[in-house]
Design a binder for this molecule. Structure first.
Ligand code: GLN
Length: 214
């Protein structure tokens, strides 16, 4: 089972992608929800807000312990900021992947953009990327593998336990990163009929209203 941190940010979009891959997922709202997870996704949103909520609900230390136990963690955008060991001009939060990241590095919300890139380790097909007031990974330490380098920055990197992407695969109709992370967690990400859904839209997650939070 994969957990999606459900404090703030784009939670339902990740749940939607996991469901379409046939991967069982659970919302994580307090430390007890980390029990028995193979992986945890920290979604995009606003990293200062997320870091405060992590502390208030005491999930920050529980996530660091889960990481030590071998639970794989994937941070997208604000989630990647929370995972970095260094943040330009700010104190780091969870510090679980050796990299330096710079917040809001492309400019304002209006400088958000979409791109397409080839990421051979993740997919044999080009992968669509959505950057929303994204950070840039400026550098990574030894032992961190760069999955995607673009212009003057790194957009995706990983270690054995952590995956960090500055873009949002959950906001595209492409499932390669969710499949890749599920496999990293040792889970089978099957081919659900939902994957071939030609009616997919960025708002398709709205049909998730029926999913329980238990
Ligand atoms: N700009 C946000 C931050 O610095 C991240 C944006 C996102 O997650 N899309 O926290």
């Amino acid at each position: 089972m994969i957990g999606v941190l459900d404090l703030q940010g784009d939670v339902v979009e990740h749940l939607d992608h996991l469901e379409r891959l046939g991967v069982v997922a659970r919302r994580v709202k307090d430390p007890s929800h980390l029990h028995n997870l193979k992986g945890l996704i920290i979604p995009g949103g606003e990293s200062t807000c997320l870091s405060r909520l992590l502390r208030i609900f005491e999930i920050d230390t529980a996530i660091m312990e889960a990481c030590k136990r071998g639970v794989k963690i994937w941070g997208t955008c604000a989630g990647a900021i929370l995972l970095a060991t260094q943040i330009v001009g700010e104190k780091a939060y969870l510090g679980l992947i050796d990299m330096e990241i710079e917040r809001n590095s492309f400019g304002s919300q209006l400088d958000s953009f979409a791109a397409v890139a080839s990421i051979p380790k993740v997919s044999s097909e080009p992968v669509p990327l959505t950057f929303i007031r994204a950070p840039k990974i400026r550098s990574v330490g030894p032992g961190v593998e760069i999955l995607l380098r673009m212009d003057d920055y790194i957009a995706a990197a990983e270690t054995e336990g952590i995956l960090a992407t500055v873009f949002h695969p959950e906001l595209t109709n492409n499932f390669a990163f969710h499949r890749y992370f599920s496999r990293k967690c040792g889970l089978l990400a099957g081919e659900s009929p939902l994957l071939a859904d030609p009616t997919w839209k960025p708002t398709s997650w709205t049909r998730l209203a029926r999913i329980s939070t238990g």
